[in-house]
Design a protein around this ligand. Structure first.
Ligand code: DAH
Length: 384
């Protein structure tokens, strides 16, 4: 019976009528052959055609839905919809009973073929989805890694650490003091009473009647001496605050390093020796320190100290003043300071110094504007 579909057979049973009718609405109708019987094809053939079209439609719709299924669950739903016990294809096969007996195998074969095609497509799609899921989870060890951006210390902090290392190598201990100070430690104990003109130079940030942000690191001297007896050999680094307008050389926040050495028999030459080490360490080969008389309430005698310019070597240039770069102040600890901490000024002498760390950092790295140290611009910082 199968031969009724497919090849045209040598003239036998060919019905022109059937062919003509069959052609209506479906090109495949020209394949409809009968064995020359009277015309059941008029009715049954129409039904057959619609069944065939239905099967075809299920095939193309089913395949499209299988392809569109985005995951296992969706695919399963499509499978059940078409191939399940109450699925569309199963339904259709049940409808075969309405066909004349000789037509049933034709449609049955066709429907079973579609069933196989759909089942195969479902299996293929399932493999495809499993493959995609595995690929998504897989780690490709051949892909070049993303190198993490490595940070480094800020040039200012790096300079502070370097200074601390230099002084540690000279036997100094690194200590800290509070950034919020009281007037007593920031001024009074440092021989700077309330009416002292030196207070005007420190335009301070007050937090309360007696409380302020420290204007220098010198109060750490007092805190250390209050807590222990000589010999004392310390440096203190940290932030200081003054009401300064920001410009290329000033900021309301800056860093200082403070040094204090107290013992019996300490004199100015000891101080001078330390300043020379600083000049050599930060001023480059052959650099020298220069001290000139100055005034500070907490030292007597007092001096400003400078190092020879690392750019011009002392001849004079844009960076320096007459061949020297001023770093800070220093001197022999004033006996009044010793008295305020209960040390015997007849027995002990000592020297102290203090200078800005930003200044040293700017010298080291050739930075011309102090604000660059605080802008946190990565293009600037990445250069160090
Ligand atoms: N504290 C002073 C300032 O900020 C600097 C200074 C000068 C510190 C002389 C000292 C010193 O220890 O002896 O201007």
């Amino acid at each position: 019976m199968g031969e009724r579909w497919g090849r045209r057979r040598g003239g036998r049973g060919w019905s022109a009528e059937g062919a003509r009718r069959g052609r209506v609405g479906a090109p495949s109708a020209r394949l409809v052959l009968t064995r020359g019987r009277a015309q059941p094809i008029m009715r049954a053939g129409g039904y057959l055609l619609s069944m065939k079209a239905k099967v075809e439609e299920l095939r193309s719709r089913g395949l499209a839905e299988v392809t569109a299924a985005a995951d296992r669950a969706a695919l399963d739903a499509v499978r059940v919809k078409y191939l399940g016990k109450k699925g569309l294809l199963t339904d259709l096969l049940k409808g075969l009973a309405k066909l004349p007996p000789e037509e049933r195998p034709v449609v049955g074969k066709l429907a079973n073929g579609v069933k196989t095609v759909l089942a195969d497509a479902v299996a293929a799609r399932r493999d495809e989805l499993a493959g995609a899921a595995a690929a998504a989870e897989a780690i490709d060890v051949t892909i070049p890694g993303i190198a993490p951006a490595l940070g480094h210390p800020h040039p200012l902090i790096e300079t502070q650490v370097r200074l601390e290392q230099v002084f540690e190598s000279l036997g100094f201990e690194v200590v800290e003091g509070p950034e919020v100070e009281d007037e007593y430690h920031n001024f009074e104990a440092l021989n700077t009473p309330p009416d002292h003109p030196a207070r005007d130079e420190h335009d301070s940030f007050y937090l309360g009647p007696m409380l302020l942000l420290r204007t220098h690191t010198s109060p750490v001297q007092i805190r250390v001496m209050e807590g222990r007896q000589p010999p004392i050999k310390v440096v203190a680094t940290g932030r200081c605050f003054r009401r300064d307008e920001a410009d290329a050389t000033h900021l309301p926040v800056f860093h200082q390093i403070e040094g204090l050495l107290v013992d019996e028999g300490i004199n100015f030459r000891h101080l001078r020796g330390i300043l020379d080490v600083i000049a050599e360490t930060f001023g480059g080969e052959g650099a020298v320190a220069r001290v000139r008389p100055d005034f500070f309430p907490f030292t007597e005698p007092s001096a400003e100290f400078a190092i020879s310019c690392f750019v011009c070597g002392g001849r004079g240039c844009r960076v320096c003043t007459e061949g020297f770069i001023e770093l800070g102040g220093c001197g022999m600890v004033d006996p009044a300071v010793f008295e305020s901490v209960g040390y015997d000024p007849e027995r002990y002498t000592g020297f102290a110094f203090g200078f800005g760390i930003e200044r040293i950092a700017m010298l080291r790295y050739g930075i011309t504007d102090i604000r660059q140290l605080y802008d946190n611009d990565m293009r600037f910082l990445a250069q160090f």
